[in-house]
Design a protein around this ligand. Structure first.
Ligand code: HEM
Length: 427
């Protein structure tokens, strides 16, 4: 039994959080997504004021404090909500949903020993050598995308940074690495944006239906891609993975194919919206105040700090769930075995006990964040996402010295996966 941090104003009222959740999913927010982020910061702060561990209306808890979130992500007595847990859990309609089941088979929902087997097989996907090899390729994608941005700005005086650059760089990068033809990229982006509903906190029936359709398209796409690669092996990552899993399951081709599908599909979709959000956020935070962009032009050595502050300030994933493996105590609150806890990355990153004046965007902060998670499930693509951001911002700051937002960004109204839907920029 362990406890973390100072217990502050912990509420035991499961309804206390309902008005805050309503504000996050408000009709105003849906109709006009502009105020969503302005709403989220105070909501996370108010939720944290209720305690480090706040009861959720449907059972389980939200975890708001940095130390408590970190303990859950890193602790051995917290597990991903896998199939075994779902079977013991009454919400069968949700867990039987095909799009939810598809995600439950992926790395993020596996526990040891399967999770360990897959992570060991993948190793450090983006080690220094791999990133060095990818760097010139990503840099050339950056140049081409910024050429397009330049052309749009010259023609129209304004451009949408999301559709012109941020949505495109991650799919070109991961596509190049996995050998996915450019002609397929729009299709992958399209089903990824629709599939994500199933991973939201409280998806509606109609959202699950949209996800189910996207899941069918996703399955058809990656199954065909893998079959094609089997038939035409090359010197690439997918061919290596195919050899590895075929050797591991020498008499069970179906098991090898299943694992290959789960890994390829998940690694691809996990890399897209997340990185796009980081890129859009970075441009929004750094160009809305010309002093910030100027400082980085004069001190390019501060660029990595600016990227970390962007990741801290507005994490592309806001919530992740774990379940208690045993009866335990978290920040003084007893939590029974099998209880779900929702780790709130944004609330944790804005915990004033970890980061002073947390709502201030400060490039010099060198603060802490949990944006890539922690422990056994720590993000496999953090190095790649950071490299994409670094290469994009370096060239962007140099080529567009007067770039600035023409309007505030707009956001998809979601609670788990943040997505910037547009960011109009001008010079
Ligand atoms: C800014 C961009 C990104 C953010 C904010 C992000 C965030 C995260 C987070 C929060 C997790 C869950 C960690 C946990 O459960 O403790 C995760 C897991 C994961 N991410 Fe990322 N990610 C990003 C980019 C990428 C990229 C580019 C890739 C691949 C190319 C990737 C692949 C994965 C995979 C495979 C997992 C599952 C790891 C596991 O469960 O063992 N991510 N990511």
């Amino acid at each position: 039994m362990t406890a973390v941090g100072v217990i502050r104003g912990t509420t035991t009222d499961r309804r206390a959080v309902i008005p805050l959740l309503r504000r996050l999913r408000s009709a105003e927010g849906r109709a006009d997504p502009l105020p969503v982020w302005a709403e989220i910061l105070p909501v996370w702060a108010e939720m944290r004021a209720l305690g480090d561990v706040v009861p959720a209306p449907w059972g389980g808890y939200f975890v708001t404090g940095f130390d408590a979130c970190s303990q859950v992500l890193r602790g051995r007595n917290w597990l991903a909500p896998d199939f075994a847990w779902q079977e013991r859990h009454p919400d069968t309609a949700r867990w039987q949903d095909p799009s939810t089941r598809e995600m439950t088979r992926t790395l993020s929902r596996l526990n040891a020993p399967e999770h360990t087997v897959q992570r060991r097989a993948l190793g450090n996907l983006f080690d220094r050598g791999t990133l060095d090899a990818l760097r010139p390729l990503i840099a050339s994608h950056v140049t081409r995308l910024l050429d397009r941005l330049d052309a749009r700005l010259r023609a129209d005086g304004e451009a949408d940074f999301v559709s012109t650059v941020s949505d495109r760089l991650p799919i070109r990068t991961v596509g190049q690495w996995l050998g996915i033809p450019a002609a397929h990229h729009p299709r992958i982006l399209d089903f990824t944006h629709r599939q994500v509903h199933a991973q939201e906190l409280l998806p509606t029936k109609s959202e699950l239906a949209v996800s189910a359709q996207a899941t069918r398209e996703m399955r058809a796409y990656f199954t065909a891609l893998l079959a094609h690669r089997r038939a035409h092996p090359g010197d690439d990552v997918l061919t290596d993975w195919t050899r590895y899993w075929d050797a591991r399951y020498p008499t069970d081709r179906a098991a090898a194919d299943r694992t290959l599908y789960d890994l390829t599909m998940f690694i691809t979709i996990a890399s897209l919206e997340t990185t796009a959000t980081l890129l859009s956020n970075a441009v929004w935070f750094l160009t809305q105040d010309p002093a910030r962009a100027d400082r980085l032009r004069r001190h390019p050595e501060d660029l990595d700090d600016a990227i970390e502050e962007t990741l801290r300030h507005d994490p592309p994933i806001h919530l992740n769930s774990r379940v208690a493996a045993t009866d335990t105590v978290l920040a003084g609150v007893p939590v029974a075995r099998d209880t779900t806890v929702h780790v709130l990355y944004g609330a944790a990153n804005h915990d004033p006990r970890r980061n002073d004046d947390p709502h201030v965007f400060d490039i010099s902060r060198r603060g802490g964040h949990l944006t890539f998670g922690g422990g056994a499930h720590y993000c496999l693509g953090s190095g790649l996402a950071r490299l994409e951001a670094r290469l994009l911002l370096t060239e962007l700051l140099e080529r567009f010295p007067t770039l600035r937002p023409a309007a505030r960004p707009t956001y998809a109204n979601r609670m788990v996966f943040r997505r910037v839907t547009s960011l109009r920029v001008t010079t």
